[in-house]
Design a protein around this ligand. Structure first.
Ligand code: SF4
Length: 427
C-alpha cells in the first residue's frame, strides 16, 4: 500500500478504530492524530495517544512495512526519538529509538476499507484530463469555493518567491522592481524578456528627470530598445532620434540590439513598437507607478491607471516610417487584465506580506476578484466540467489546482479529492 494513502488514512482516521492495540497488546486510544509535517522529520507532529494507562504527546511516523524504519536509517537519527507511535500497514520488525527503547507500533492491515483503497486506485489510474473528471461536478459548491480560496493564496505565495528574488537583485528597491516586472508583462510571452532588458537598461532615475515630457520618455524607451539606431526619413522618427542622441550621451545609455524584438506571428496591436509606446505613456502618467498604486484604496482606481494608449503618432503607425489606417492604440481589456493578474495583484500581495500590512493583501485579492477570468484551455475545461469561473480570482485558483495538484495526481492533498474519497468510502 502506498505510504501517501496510509498517511491520508491516519490523518482522517479512515480505518477501523475498534480494539486498537500495540504489538505488545497494550490498548491504544488516539486523542489527536497530529498535523502533517511538510519538513524533514516524522510524518505527523503534535499527536496525542493513550497507550495503556499513559497519555503520550509527540510525533507519529508512517511506513508501509515496519522494517522501512531501518531502510530509511531512522534508528540512527535522534530526530525520530520523539516518535510516540510507528503506524504501519504491515508489522514485522521491532523498532527502537537511539536509546534502545521500543517504539509502540500500530498495524493498520485489515483495518482500512478495501472499498476505499479501490476507489483511490480507480481515481489515480484515470488518465482523463483530470483524474476526477467524472466526479468533480457532484462536489458541493462550499467545498469547491473554500478550496479555491486556499489555492488562490497558495498561488499568490508561489508568485511572491519570483518577486522576492528580483527585489534582492535590485537591493530591495520596490519601485524599480515593480517597474521591471511590469515591463516584462507588457512584452507578454513573446517580448517579455526584451522588455525586461529594456527596463533594466533604462532605470527609473533616468526617466524621472524627463517625466513631464512624453516625447523625451518615448525617445528614451525607443532609443534604449534599439529602434532609433535604424535609419528612416520619417519626421517623428528623426525627432525622437535627435532627442535620444542627446540623452544617450547625457546618461551614458547603451541601446539594445533591435533584433531582440519579435514581430512574427503577433497581431499588429501586440507589436513591440505599440507596447513600448503604451508603456511610455503609462510611465509618463505616473513614473512611480507602484507608489501611485499603493495610494489607491480600491481595485477600480488601479484598473483605471492601466487604461493607457499610445501617443498620436502611433494612431497611424505600427512601425516607424510606415503609415497605416487610423486606429487608436489603447491597451485592450485582455492585456490589462493579464497585467493586473500577473503583476499588480502578486506584487501588492507581496508588499502586504513584507510590510505586514493585511490591507494590501486584501486589495490584491479584491483586485483579482474585480477582473474577468482568464480565457484559456484550463479554464474552458473546468467550465465544461461544471466549475464556474466568475473572475480572475477563480481562474488563478483553478490554474493552481490543475498545475500543482491534478497534473501530479495529488488528489489526497486536494479538498475535492478528499470529498470524493470520503463520500465513496461511506457508500
Ligand atoms: S487534484 Fe483534486 S481536482 Fe485535481 S484531479 Fe485530483 S481530486 Fe480532482
Amino acid at each position: 500500500m502506498k505510504e501517501d494513502l496510509l498517511q491520508y488514512s491516519w490523518r482522517f482516521g479512515l480505518f477501523d478504530h475498534s480494539n486498537l492495540k500495540t504489538q505488545d497488546g497494550e490498548e491504544i486510544k488516539i486523542l489527536a492524530n497530529g498535523v502533517i509535517n511538510k519538513n524533514a522529520g516524522p510524518d505527523f507532529l503534535n499527536s496525542k495517544i493513550k497507550i495503556g494507562d499513559t497519555i503520550w504527546a509527540g510525533n507519529v511516523e508512517i511506513h508501509h512495512k515496519s522494517g522501512d524504519w531501518l531502510k530509511h536509517n531512522h534508528e540512527k537519527d535522534s530526530a525520530y526519538d520523539s516518535v510516540i507511535m510507528h503506524v504501519v500497514y504491515e508489522n514485522g520488525t521491532v523498532i527502537k529509538r537511539t536509546d534502545g527503547s521500543i517504539i509502540p507500533c500500530l498495524e493498520l492491515k485489515n483495518r482500512i476499507s478495501t472499498n476505499f483503497i479501490e476507489n483511490y486506485e480507480k481515481l489515480i489510474q484515470n488518465d482523463s484530463w483530470i483524474p476526477c473528471e467524472s466526479h468533480i461536478g457532484k462536489v458541493d459548491d462550499i467545498t469547491i469555493s473554500n478550496w479555491l480560496n486556499r489555492l488562490l493564496i497558495e498561488r499568490l505565495e508561489d508568485k511572491t518567491s519570483v518577486i522576492a528574488a528580483l527585489l534582492k537583485g535590485n537591493k530591495n528597491n520596490l519601485e524599480e522592481t515593480f517597474y521591471q516586472l511590469l515591463a516584462n508583462n507588457f512584452g507578454f510571452k513573446v517580448n517579455g524578456l526584451p522588455f525586461e532588458l529594456l527596463a533594466k537598461s533604462l532605470p527609473l532615475t533616468v526617466i524621472a528627470k524627463h517625466k513631464n515630457n512624453l516625447k523625451q520618455i518615448e525617445a528614451l524607451f525607443f532609443g534604449v530598445a534599439g529602434f532609433l539606431e535604424q535609419d528612416h526619413s520619417d519626421k517623428y522618427f528623426l525627432e525622437l532620434k535627435a532627442e535620444f542622441n542627446h540623452l544617450k550621451l547625457k546618461f551614458n545609455l547603451k541601446p539594445l540590439d533591435v533584433s531582440i524584438w519579435k514581430f512574427l506571428r503577433l497581431r499588429p496591436s501586440n507589436f513591440p513598437t505599440i507596447r513600448i509606446a503604451q508603456f511610455a505613456e503609462l510611465i509618463h502618467k505616473s513614473h512611480h507607478v507602484l507608489s501611485y498604486i499603493l495610494e489607491c484604496k480600491d481595485p477600480k482606481s488601479i484598473t483605471k491607471l492601466f487604461e493607457t494608449e499610445a501617443s498620436n503618432y502611433w494612431n497611424t503607425h505600427y512601425h516607424f516610417n510606415k503609415e497605416s489606417a487610423k486606429r487608436i492604440k489603447k491597451l485592450g481589456d485582455t492585456a490589462r487584465t493579464n497585467i493586473i493578474i500577473n503583476t499588480v495583484a502578486p506584487f501588492l500581495f507581496h508588499y502586504g506580506q513584507i510590510k505586514q500590512l493585511e490591507n494590501y493583501k486584501e486589495l490584491a485579492i479584491g483586485l483579482l476578484d474585480s477582473v474577468p477570468p482568464e480565457n484559456n484551455h484550463i479554464i474552458k475545461n473546468f467550465e465544461n466540467l461544471g466549475i464556474k469561473t466568475r473572475s480572475g480570482f477563480d481562474s488563478q485558483a483553478l490554474i493552481q489546482l490543475k498545475s500543482n495538484y491534478c497534473a501530479h495526481k495529488k488528489c489526497l492533498q486536494c479538498s475535492i479529492g478528499n470529498k470524493i474519497l470520503n463520500q465513496s468510502t461511506k457508500n
